[in-house]
Design a protein around this ligand. Structure first.
Ligand SMILES: [Zn+2]
Ligand SMILES: [Zn+2]
Length: 287
């Protein structure tokens, strides 16, 4: 858990995890032990087509979850977590039904690893009710695969109307060293299922590979702060070109992007001196 300058608590968690209940290589008990010992505050167990039970593991909040996949006309993996009920789904159901059922059961619906899935941005924009998507998915990276990062794809989908809170997850299977490469900090007053889920739905989430950032709109600028300093900050908007796209030089503690009328959305990535990235959420200027 991190406490920011304003005294807000940010709880650390992994929202996409597999165990021996599907194709993960460790048992649920081993997985909980490992994440607890790694300093995580919460964890969602999300086995394929298996609804995992919620738990309190020595003070670590364990959220229920499941991952549903469709690979007939394009590839869609939808993770649900924080479920209060068991989705009534079978393998013939389509991706939109996965989302609808997860939400009917009180869960958060995440479109997982869009780059790994070679997701089509126009199709993403047609889905209704997606709560989150993964800008970073550890197991989709080297050496098991080659597309852990989905930022460009999500930017294009966002231009087309897609809206979702960004997350970073391990999608842990224990195939190698994917544990701890992608996680989230969630701003909440307390470590309870409802507080964490509500904060995620509000977008009070920092997806990251390590560093921590805060951001906001101040006096017509999108402002990003890295309290510990980073090597550079890059901005991603709907514009093809902007003179303020990168802030680099020395140690960067703060970077700003002017919100001209042409800027419809903006987000940023802050890269630290170890090459690790923290991602902001999107800010939309039409709200
Ligand atoms: Zn998946
Ligand atoms: Zn998965």
């Amino acid at each position: 858990m991190i406490i920011d300058r304003q005294g807000n608590k940010w709880y650390k968690g992994n929202l996409h995890t597999h165990t021996t209940d599907s194709d993960g290589l460790k048992t649920p008990a081993e997985v909980k032990r490992l994440y607890k010992d790694s300093g995580y505050d919460f964890l969602a167990l999300t086995d394929h087509w298996h609804v995992n039970e919620p738990d309190d593991f020595e003070g670590m909040l364990v959220l229920s979850g499941c991952e549903y996949d469709w690979m007939k006309d394009g590839c869609y993996h939808v993770v649900g977590f924080g479920l209060k009920d068991r989705p009534a789904l079978d393998m013939g159901d389509k991706p939109q039904k996965f989302i609808d059922e997860i939400k009917r059961c009180g869960g958060v619906a995440t479109l997982a690893h869009p780059a790994w899935s070679l997701q089509r941005p126009g199709k993403m924009a047609q889905l209704q009710g997606v709560d989150c998507t993964e800008i970073y998915n550890s197991v989709s990276g080297c050496p098991y695969s080659a597309r852990p990062y989905s930022g460009l794809l999500i930017d294009i989908a966002t231009v087309m109307g897609f809206r979702a809170t960004l997350t970073a997850t391990d999608d842990t299977h224990f195939y190698g060293d994917e544990v701890g490469r992608g996680f989230v900090y969630v701003k909440a007053k307390e470590l309870t299922r409802d507080a964490i889920i509500n904060a995620i739905l509000k977008g009070d989430v920092v997806p990251t590979n390590g560093p921590f950032v805060t951001w906001g709109i101040e006096d017509g600028y999108f402002v990003v702060r890295c309290d510990k300093g980073c090597k550079y900050v890059q901005f991603f908007s709907n514009l093809y070109y902007s003179p303020e796209t990168t802030k680099i030089g020395g140690t960067v503690y703060e970077a700003k992007f002017k919100l001209t009328p042409k800027v419809k959305f903006i987000r940023a990535e802050a890269v630290d001196f170890d090459g690790k990235t923290a991602y902001t959420q999107y800010a939309f200027t039409d709200k």
